[in-house]
Write a protein that binds this ligand. Structure first.
Ligand code: TXA
Ligand code: MG
Length: 321
Protein backbone atom coordinates (compact mmCIF):
# COMPACT_ATOMS: atom_id res chain seq x y z
CA UNK A 1 0.00 0.00 0.00
CA UNK A 2 1.62 3.29 -0.94
CA UNK A 3 1.38 6.34 1.22
CA UNK A 4 -0.47 8.31 -1.48
CA UNK A 5 -3.48 5.99 -1.29
CA UNK A 6 -3.61 6.47 2.47
CA UNK A 7 -3.34 10.25 2.05
CA UNK A 8 -6.13 10.25 -0.53
CA UNK A 9 -8.29 8.20 1.82
CA UNK A 10 -7.48 10.54 4.73
CA UNK A 11 -8.45 13.56 2.61
CA UNK A 12 -11.80 11.94 1.79
CA UNK A 13 -12.40 11.30 5.51
CA UNK A 14 -11.54 14.94 6.30
CA UNK A 15 -13.92 16.14 3.59
CA UNK A 16 -16.78 14.17 5.12
CA UNK A 17 -16.65 11.15 2.78
CA UNK A 18 -16.65 7.41 3.44
CA UNK A 19 -13.63 5.10 3.15
CA UNK A 20 -13.67 1.32 3.47
CA UNK A 21 -10.47 0.07 5.06
CA UNK A 22 -9.03 -3.21 6.34
CA UNK A 23 -8.69 -4.05 10.00
CA UNK A 24 -7.37 -7.32 11.40
CA UNK A 25 -10.97 -8.52 11.91
CA UNK A 26 -13.20 -7.41 9.01
CA UNK A 27 -13.25 -4.39 6.68
CA UNK A 28 -14.73 -1.20 8.18
CA UNK A 29 -16.78 1.55 6.55
CA UNK A 30 -15.18 4.66 8.01
CA UNK A 31 -16.12 8.31 8.50
CA UNK A 32 -14.79 11.11 10.69
CA UNK A 33 -16.35 10.19 14.04
CA UNK A 34 -16.58 13.86 15.02
CA UNK A 35 -18.56 14.87 11.89
CA UNK A 36 -22.25 13.94 12.36
CA UNK A 37 -23.11 14.47 8.68
CA UNK A 38 -20.34 12.15 7.55
CA UNK A 39 -21.44 9.53 10.11
CA UNK A 40 -25.03 9.81 8.83
CA UNK A 41 -23.77 8.69 5.40
CA UNK A 42 -22.59 5.41 6.95
CA UNK A 43 -26.12 4.58 8.12
CA UNK A 44 -27.51 5.51 4.72
CA UNK A 45 -25.05 3.47 2.64
CA UNK A 46 -25.24 0.42 4.92
CA UNK A 47 -29.03 0.67 5.30
CA UNK A 48 -28.36 0.35 8.98
CA UNK A 49 -31.06 1.16 11.53
CA UNK A 50 -30.25 4.31 13.47
CA UNK A 51 -30.56 2.45 16.80
CA UNK A 52 -27.36 0.48 16.11
CA UNK A 53 -24.32 2.37 17.47
CA UNK A 54 -20.91 2.49 15.77
CA UNK A 55 -17.44 1.60 17.02
CA UNK A 56 -14.91 4.44 17.08
CA UNK A 57 -11.39 3.51 15.94
CA UNK A 58 -8.34 5.22 17.40
CA UNK A 59 -4.57 4.97 16.87
CA UNK A 60 -3.33 5.84 20.35
CA UNK A 61 -4.47 4.91 23.87
CA UNK A 62 -4.27 8.64 24.71
CA UNK A 63 -7.31 9.28 22.50
CA UNK A 64 -9.42 7.55 25.16
CA UNK A 65 -9.16 10.72 27.23
CA UNK A 66 -10.95 12.88 24.69
CA UNK A 67 -13.66 10.36 23.73
CA UNK A 68 -14.60 9.21 27.23
CA UNK A 69 -15.07 10.96 30.53
CA UNK A 70 -13.61 8.50 32.93
CA UNK A 71 -10.74 6.21 32.01
CA UNK A 72 -10.27 3.93 35.01
CA UNK A 73 -7.37 1.65 35.81
CA UNK A 74 -9.19 -1.43 34.54
CA UNK A 75 -9.73 0.20 31.17
CA UNK A 76 -6.06 1.08 30.85
CA UNK A 77 -5.14 -2.47 31.84
CA UNK A 78 -7.37 -3.94 29.11
CA UNK A 79 -6.18 -1.44 26.50
CA UNK A 80 -2.51 -2.02 27.28
CA UNK A 81 -2.95 -5.78 27.19
CA UNK A 82 -5.06 -6.13 24.05
CA UNK A 83 -4.52 -3.00 21.91
CA UNK A 84 -3.85 -2.74 19.10
CA UNK A 85 -6.12 -5.75 18.69
CA UNK A 86 -9.61 -7.20 18.26
CA UNK A 87 -11.17 -5.82 21.46
CA UNK A 88 -13.80 -3.07 21.62
CA UNK A 89 -14.33 -1.41 25.00
CA UNK A 90 -17.68 0.30 25.66
CA UNK A 91 -17.28 3.27 28.00
CA UNK A 92 -19.18 6.39 29.13
CA UNK A 93 -18.83 8.86 26.25
CA UNK A 94 -17.58 12.43 26.42
CA UNK A 95 -19.49 15.40 24.97
CA UNK A 96 -17.17 15.41 21.99
CA UNK A 97 -18.73 12.21 20.59
CA UNK A 98 -21.80 13.05 18.47
CA UNK A 99 -25.03 11.30 19.47
CA UNK A 100 -25.44 9.80 16.02
CA UNK A 101 -22.30 7.71 16.58
CA UNK A 102 -23.71 6.13 19.73
CA UNK A 103 -27.37 6.06 18.63
CA UNK A 104 -28.16 8.30 21.56
CA UNK A 105 -26.57 6.01 24.16
CA UNK A 106 -24.36 7.62 26.78
CA UNK A 107 -21.65 5.05 26.07
CA UNK A 108 -19.26 4.70 23.15
CA UNK A 109 -17.48 1.60 21.81
CA UNK A 110 -13.78 2.22 21.13
CA UNK A 111 -11.02 0.10 19.69
CA UNK A 112 -7.50 0.34 18.29
CA UNK A 113 -7.25 -2.01 15.32
CA UNK A 114 -4.14 -4.13 14.78
CA UNK A 115 -3.70 -3.30 11.12
CA UNK A 116 -1.02 -1.06 9.70
CA UNK A 117 -3.21 0.48 6.98
CA UNK A 118 -6.00 1.22 9.48
CA UNK A 119 -3.60 2.83 11.96
CA UNK A 120 -1.90 4.91 9.25
CA UNK A 121 -5.29 6.06 7.96
CA UNK A 122 -6.41 7.18 11.43
CA UNK A 123 -3.12 9.02 11.95
CA UNK A 124 -3.18 10.66 8.51
CA UNK A 125 -6.80 11.77 8.95
CA UNK A 126 -5.88 12.97 12.45
CA UNK A 127 -9.36 12.17 13.81
CA UNK A 128 -11.08 9.17 15.36
CA UNK A 129 -12.83 7.08 12.69
CA UNK A 130 -16.32 5.66 13.29
CA UNK A 131 -16.69 2.41 11.38
CA UNK A 132 -19.10 -0.50 11.36
CA UNK A 133 -18.31 -3.55 9.25
CA UNK A 134 -18.41 -2.57 5.56
CA UNK A 135 -21.45 -4.63 4.55
CA UNK A 136 -25.18 -4.05 4.17
CA UNK A 137 -26.93 -4.37 7.54
CA UNK A 138 -27.48 -8.01 8.54
CA UNK A 139 -25.52 -9.45 5.61
CA UNK A 140 -22.20 -11.32 5.46
CA UNK A 141 -19.24 -9.44 6.91
CA UNK A 142 -16.49 -8.46 4.43
CA UNK A 143 -13.00 -9.90 4.84
CA UNK A 144 -11.58 -8.66 1.51
CA UNK A 145 -11.87 -5.49 -0.61
CA UNK A 146 -13.86 -7.49 -3.19
CA UNK A 147 -16.47 -8.38 -0.55
CA UNK A 148 -16.83 -4.65 0.22
CA UNK A 149 -17.28 -3.70 -3.44
CA UNK A 150 -19.88 -6.46 -3.91
CA UNK A 151 -22.20 -5.03 -1.24
CA UNK A 152 -21.23 -1.34 -1.25
CA UNK A 153 -20.28 -0.42 -4.84
CA UNK A 154 -20.92 3.30 -4.16
CA UNK A 155 -18.44 3.79 -1.32
CA UNK A 156 -16.17 6.80 -2.00
CA UNK A 157 -12.89 4.90 -1.65
CA UNK A 158 -11.65 1.42 -0.73
CA UNK A 159 -8.21 0.77 0.72
CA UNK A 160 -7.30 -2.75 -0.35
CA UNK A 161 -5.27 -4.53 2.31
CA UNK A 162 -5.94 -8.06 1.07
CA UNK A 163 -7.62 -10.72 3.17
CA UNK A 164 -8.03 -9.86 6.87
CA UNK A 165 -6.16 -12.06 9.33
CA UNK A 166 -8.62 -12.68 12.19
CA UNK A 167 -11.75 -12.91 10.05
CA UNK A 168 -14.48 -12.36 12.67
CA UNK A 169 -15.43 -9.14 14.43
CA UNK A 170 -13.86 -7.85 17.62
CA UNK A 171 -14.85 -8.99 21.08
CA UNK A 172 -16.98 -6.28 22.75
CA UNK A 173 -16.90 -5.63 26.51
CA UNK A 174 -18.50 -2.80 28.39
CA UNK A 175 -17.02 -1.44 31.59
CA UNK A 176 -19.05 0.46 34.15
CA UNK A 177 -17.37 0.94 37.48
CA UNK A 178 -16.51 -2.50 38.82
CA UNK A 179 -18.74 -4.38 36.43
CA UNK A 180 -17.74 -5.62 33.01
CA UNK A 181 -20.07 -7.27 30.51
CA UNK A 182 -19.18 -9.35 27.49
CA UNK A 183 -21.46 -8.05 24.72
CA UNK A 184 -20.07 -9.95 21.72
CA UNK A 185 -17.75 -12.97 21.73
CA UNK A 186 -14.62 -12.81 19.60
CA UNK A 187 -11.09 -14.11 19.31
CA UNK A 188 -10.30 -12.57 22.70
CA UNK A 189 -12.37 -14.84 24.93
CA UNK A 190 -14.26 -14.32 28.18
CA UNK A 191 -11.46 -16.20 29.95
CA UNK A 192 -8.85 -13.82 28.47
CA UNK A 193 -10.77 -10.85 29.86
CA UNK A 194 -11.24 -12.51 33.26
CA UNK A 195 -7.50 -13.15 33.45
CA UNK A 196 -6.75 -9.52 32.60
CA UNK A 197 -9.24 -8.17 35.15
CA UNK A 198 -9.05 -10.52 38.15
CA UNK A 199 -10.81 -8.06 40.46
CA UNK A 200 -13.87 -7.42 38.35
CA UNK A 201 -17.31 -8.95 38.03
CA UNK A 202 -17.70 -10.04 34.43
CA UNK A 203 -21.11 -10.90 33.03
CA UNK A 204 -21.70 -12.78 29.87
CA UNK A 205 -24.55 -11.10 27.97
CA UNK A 206 -25.05 -14.03 25.60
CA UNK A 207 -28.72 -14.04 26.59
CA UNK A 208 -29.47 -10.39 27.28
CA UNK A 209 -32.85 -9.35 28.64
CA UNK A 210 -32.83 -6.14 26.66
CA UNK A 211 -31.11 -5.39 23.38
CA UNK A 212 -27.80 -3.76 24.22
CA UNK A 213 -25.83 -4.61 21.08
CA UNK A 214 -27.55 -5.47 17.81
CA UNK A 215 -24.61 -7.80 17.16
CA UNK A 216 -26.56 -9.81 19.75
CA UNK A 217 -29.59 -10.12 17.46
CA UNK A 218 -30.43 -13.76 16.82
CA UNK A 219 -30.23 -13.23 13.07
CA UNK A 220 -27.22 -11.38 11.65
CA UNK A 221 -24.28 -11.92 9.27
CA UNK A 222 -26.58 -13.84 6.89
CA UNK A 223 -25.83 -15.10 3.39
CA UNK A 224 -28.42 -14.41 0.66
CA UNK A 225 -29.26 -18.11 0.28
CA UNK A 226 -30.34 -20.69 2.85
CA UNK A 227 -27.70 -21.84 5.31
CA UNK A 228 -28.21 -24.92 7.47
CA UNK A 229 -26.06 -26.17 10.33
CA UNK A 230 -25.25 -29.87 9.99
CA UNK A 231 -26.61 -31.65 12.99
CA UNK A 232 -27.95 -35.13 13.48
CA UNK A 233 -30.84 -34.66 11.10
CA UNK A 234 -30.88 -36.34 7.72
CA UNK A 235 -29.90 -33.93 4.97
CA UNK A 236 -30.34 -34.50 1.28
CA UNK A 237 -27.39 -33.12 -0.57
CA UNK A 238 -27.62 -32.45 -4.25
CA UNK A 239 -25.45 -30.87 -6.88
CA UNK A 240 -26.85 -27.51 -5.84
CA UNK A 241 -25.61 -28.00 -2.26
CA UNK A 242 -22.54 -26.26 -0.94
CA UNK A 243 -20.79 -27.75 2.06
CA UNK A 244 -18.49 -25.91 4.47
CA UNK A 245 -16.44 -28.13 6.78
CA UNK A 246 -13.56 -27.53 9.16
CA UNK A 247 -11.53 -30.70 9.04
CA UNK A 248 -14.09 -33.45 8.69
CA UNK A 249 -12.78 -36.06 6.28
CA UNK A 250 -15.66 -38.58 6.21
CA UNK A 251 -17.83 -36.65 3.79
CA UNK A 252 -17.32 -37.99 0.30
CA UNK A 253 -19.94 -36.10 -1.64
CA UNK A 254 -18.70 -35.61 -5.18
CA UNK A 255 -21.91 -33.89 -6.23
CA UNK A 256 -21.50 -31.16 -3.63
CA UNK A 257 -19.07 -28.27 -3.63
CA UNK A 258 -16.95 -28.55 -0.49
CA UNK A 259 -14.90 -25.80 1.12
CA UNK A 260 -12.52 -26.52 3.98
CA UNK A 261 -12.02 -23.59 6.36
CA UNK A 262 -9.29 -25.67 7.99
CA UNK A 263 -7.82 -29.12 7.41
CA UNK A 264 -7.56 -29.88 11.12
CA UNK A 265 -10.17 -27.95 13.16
CA UNK A 266 -7.67 -25.18 13.87
CA UNK A 267 -9.94 -22.54 15.40
CA UNK A 268 -7.86 -19.56 14.26
CA UNK A 269 -7.98 -20.86 10.68
CA UNK A 270 -11.71 -21.52 10.87
CA UNK A 271 -12.39 -17.96 12.08
CA UNK A 272 -10.11 -16.46 9.43
CA UNK A 273 -11.78 -18.39 6.59
CA UNK A 274 -15.41 -18.56 7.74
CA UNK A 275 -16.82 -15.46 6.04
CA UNK A 276 -14.77 -16.03 2.87
CA UNK A 277 -16.23 -19.52 2.54
CA UNK A 278 -19.75 -18.11 2.97
CA UNK A 279 -19.07 -15.39 0.39
CA UNK A 280 -17.83 -17.97 -2.14
CA UNK A 281 -20.98 -20.06 -1.65
CA UNK A 282 -23.16 -16.93 -1.85
CA UNK A 283 -21.52 -15.88 -5.14
CA UNK A 284 -21.66 -19.34 -6.79
CA UNK A 285 -24.78 -19.41 -8.93
CA UNK A 286 -24.86 -23.22 -8.98
CA UNK A 287 -25.26 -23.35 -5.21
CA UNK A 288 -28.83 -23.04 -3.97
CA UNK A 289 -28.32 -23.99 -0.32
CA UNK A 290 -25.33 -24.10 1.99
CA UNK A 291 -24.61 -26.61 4.74
CA UNK A 292 -22.06 -25.91 7.43
CA UNK A 293 -20.46 -28.14 10.02
CA UNK A 294 -20.69 -26.84 13.62
CA UNK A 295 -17.63 -26.51 15.87
CA UNK A 296 -17.25 -27.27 19.57
CA UNK A 297 -18.20 -24.22 21.65
CA UNK A 298 -14.99 -23.94 23.62
CA UNK A 299 -12.42 -21.14 23.47
CA UNK A 300 -12.64 -19.31 20.16
CA UNK A 301 -15.30 -21.84 19.13
CA UNK A 302 -17.82 -19.77 21.13
CA UNK A 303 -17.34 -16.79 18.79
CA UNK A 304 -17.27 -18.98 15.66
CA UNK A 305 -20.55 -20.69 16.59
CA UNK A 306 -22.06 -17.30 17.49
CA UNK A 307 -21.50 -16.16 13.87
CA UNK A 308 -22.63 -19.48 12.35
CA UNK A 309 -25.86 -19.67 14.40
CA UNK A 310 -26.79 -16.08 13.57
CA UNK A 311 -26.03 -16.55 9.88
CA UNK A 312 -28.24 -19.67 9.79
CA UNK A 313 -30.97 -18.44 12.14
CA UNK A 314 -33.45 -17.10 9.64
CA UNK A 315 -33.29 -20.28 7.57
CA UNK A 316 -33.43 -22.86 10.34
CA UNK A 317 -37.22 -23.01 10.59
CA UNK A 318 -37.61 -24.27 7.03
CA UNK A 319 -37.87 -28.00 6.56
CA UNK A 320 -37.77 -28.49 2.79
CA UNK A 321 -34.06 -29.23 2.35
O1 TXA B 1 -14.15 -5.95 14.46
C1 TXA B 1 -14.98 -5.06 14.52
O2 TXA B 1 -15.48 -4.69 15.59
C2 TXA B 1 -15.42 -4.38 13.21
C3 TXA B 1 -14.24 -3.59 12.65
C4 TXA B 1 -14.59 -2.79 11.43
O3 TXA B 1 -13.74 -2.77 13.67
N1 TXA B 1 -16.55 -3.54 13.42
C5 TXA B 1 -17.79 -4.02 13.64
O4 TXA B 1 -18.75 -3.04 13.68
O5 TXA B 1 -18.03 -5.20 13.75
P1 TXA B 1 -20.32 -3.36 13.62
O6 TXA B 1 -20.96 -2.03 13.60
O7 TXA B 1 -20.59 -4.26 12.51
O8 TXA B 1 -20.63 -4.03 14.98
C6 TXA B 1 -20.46 -3.25 16.15
C7 TXA B 1 -21.33 -3.74 17.26
C8 TXA B 1 -22.81 -3.50 16.98
O9 TXA B 1 -23.52 -4.68 17.28
C9 TXA B 1 -23.16 -2.39 17.96
O10 TXA B 1 -24.47 -2.49 18.40
C10 TXA B 1 -22.16 -2.61 19.07
O11 TXA B 1 -21.00 -2.97 18.41
N2 TXA B 1 -21.91 -1.35 19.79
C11 TXA B 1 -21.29 -0.24 19.34
N3 TXA B 1 -21.31 0.73 20.26
C12 TXA B 1 -21.96 0.24 21.33
C13 TXA B 1 -22.34 0.76 22.60
N4 TXA B 1 -22.06 2.01 22.97
N5 TXA B 1 -23.00 -0.06 23.45
C14 TXA B 1 -23.31 -1.33 23.09
N6 TXA B 1 -23.00 -1.87 21.90
C15 TXA B 1 -22.34 -1.10 21.03
MG1 MG C 1 -21.37 -5.82 11.43
Amino acid sequence: MDIEQIQTAARIINQGGLVAFPTETVYGLGANALNPLAVAKIFELKERPSFDPLIVHIASIGDLNTLTDNVGRNVIRLAEKFWPGPLTIVLPKSKLVPDIVTSGLNTVGIRMPDNDIALKLIMAANCPIAAPSANKFGKLSPVSAEHVKKQLPNVDYVLDGGHTSVGIESTIVSIEGNVSTLLRPGIITLADIENALPNMFIFNAAKPRKLIAPGLLKSHYSPLKPLYILDNQVFHFSESSGLIVHGRKDLILPESKIIYTSQSYNQLEIAANLFSALHIMEDDECIKQIFIEPVAEVGLGVAIMDRIKKAAYKYQQKTNY
